[in-house]
Design a protein around this ligand. Structure first.
Ligand code: ASP
Length: 440
């Protein structure tokens, strides 16, 4: 049995958290490979080390005075030094810290600067745990175009991991073919953890954070939402796409390919089971129709009306071609007999509205074409919907009772989700009504 464990920034923000992390790792000898983030916020007002590094990089780039740069870099040093000091660790990081500063002053690049957050934190954690240190730069590879070189990474990393019983591998970055360092997008240590899990042929990828799992709905809107015990990769993807965040979206692919489940866990409450993300659900709870609800504001609908549209062969293709020519991707396509609606993010329409409308008018000669804004989408997601009858009716009923007007409704044929479009001003009410109907 092999477990790969990734700890997020808030789980490694200070010495106290380092102790919790060590206790978790040591409690289970199968937790062999550890992937840390950079130290995160210790409280709401605090700044993540990654952000301090970006800030420092910007100051250097802007040719600020050495006093200003020194002060910014000292804040970073102090974060690490206080962790070492408070842990009572016999470890001198000063050589590394001045090397990094020097490299940053000599134009080593933005990604290099940001990646040092994970690099330095991993050195400390490896020392504290008594584990080997494997630099991600030498085992995670990007191609020239900036995408992950999956094959090379899998080959080199899996061979390297075989050489170590226990190791720490920094998250967030890897090496480019020209020898420079490149980072993933923000939150990318989740991806590293997933890549390491795959390369180690792990049985489980544990992702330790500061919540006890994936919540059924946004806690900023729903008071104390239930935790999802088990969710499939596909459900997770639907929910993440709609804005629910716990895990980096791209973190799912490597483990999903290898069929390795992910367990979201809470470093501050290790006794909680957290959420299991699996390929196929095992313990299906018959009482639960939906797994989660998520949503986003900021959508627009472009509606095209034309008599006898349904009998006009190629109509849809021509419309979508116009979108393609304008480089706009669509989110949903709910259609009636003589109307076609295309839901897009309002952001994607910026500066392209007139051109888009004109091209559509010219191409398909509709009776009318118009755009409506301020649409919010709510995704009701659940593998249980296939078996339960009347779910869409329950969604509609709940919204009607809450006096929320449905502007659009779309059920995917996979019956994994129902998407409703409502006015942005009614988004929170819609979410609460649906949650109350299906959960409590
Ligand atoms: N430290 C990086 C960030 O703040 C990566 C991560 O934490 O996953 O985005």
């Amino acid at each position: 049995m092999i477990k790969v464990v990734k700890f997020g920034g808030s789980s490694l923000a200070d010495a106290e958290h380092f102790r919790q992390v060590a206790a978790i790792v040591k409690a289970d000898p199968t937790r062999r490979f550890v992937v840390p983030s950079a130290p995160g916020k210790r409280d709401k007002q605090d700044t993540k080390v990654t952000d301090l590094l970006y800030e420092c990089y910007n100051l250097i780039k802007a040719r600020e005075s050495s006093e200003v740069i020194d002060a910014a870099y000292d804040r970073i040093c102090e974060r690490y030094n206080s962790i070492i000091r408070d842990l009572g660790l016999d470890f001198d990081l000063s050589g590394e810290l001045s090397y990094v500063k020097n490299a940053m002053l000599h134009a080593s690049g933005r990604d290099y600067a940001a990646s040092r957050g994970e690099y330095l934190n991993s050195l400390i954690l490896a020392k504290y745990l008594g584990f080997d240190f494997i630099d991600a730069e030498n085992v995670i590879f990007f191609k020239d175009n900036g995408t992950l070189d999956e094959e090379k990474t899998q080959e080199v990393l899996s061979a390297e991991l075989k050489e170590h019983a226990y190791a720490v591998i920094p998250g967030f970055y890897g090496g480019m073919p020209n020898g420079t360092v490149k980072t993933f997008s923000r939150g990318g240590s989740d991806i590293t953890g997933s890549i390491v899990a795959r390369a180690a042929s792990a049985d489980l990828y544990e992702n330790w954070t500061d919540v006890s799992g994936f919540m059924m709905a946004d806690p900023r809107i729903i008071d104390n939402p239930c935790i999802i015990q088990e969710i499939t990769y596909r459900e997770l993807r639907e929910l993440s796409y709609m804005g629910a965040t716990v895990l980096h979206e791209d973190a799912v692919f490597p483990v999903r390919m290898a069929g390795i489940p992910i367990n979201i866990r809470n470093t501050n409450r290790p006794e909680d089971a957290g959420t299991m993300i699996v390929a196929h659900a095992t313990g299906y709870d018959m009482g639960k129709v939906i797994t989660g609800i998520a949503g986003k504001k900021g959508f627009s609908v472009l509606t095209i009306e034309k008599d006898l549209m349904n009998s006009e062969v190629g109509f849809g293709r021509k419309v979508l071609e116009v979108f393609e020519e304008n480089d706009i991707s669509f989110e949903h396509l709910p259609s009636g007999i003589d109307t076609m609606s295309i839901v897009v993010s309002s952001h994607a329409l910026e500066g392209r509205r007139d051109r888009l409308m004109q091209s559509i008018s010219r191409t398909v000669r509709p009776d009318s074409v118009f755009i409506e804004d301020e649409l919010a989408l709510v995704a009701v997601v659940g593998r249980g919907m296939v078996k339960a009858k009347g779910t869409a009716a329950r969604v509609c009923d709940a919204l009607a009772r809450a006096n929320v007007n449905i502007r659009m409704i779309d059920q995917g044929s996979s019956e994994l989700n129902i998407i409703v479009g409502v006015d942005e001003s009614e988004y929170e009410d819609a979410l609460r009504a649906i949650y109350a109907e299906f959960v409590k």
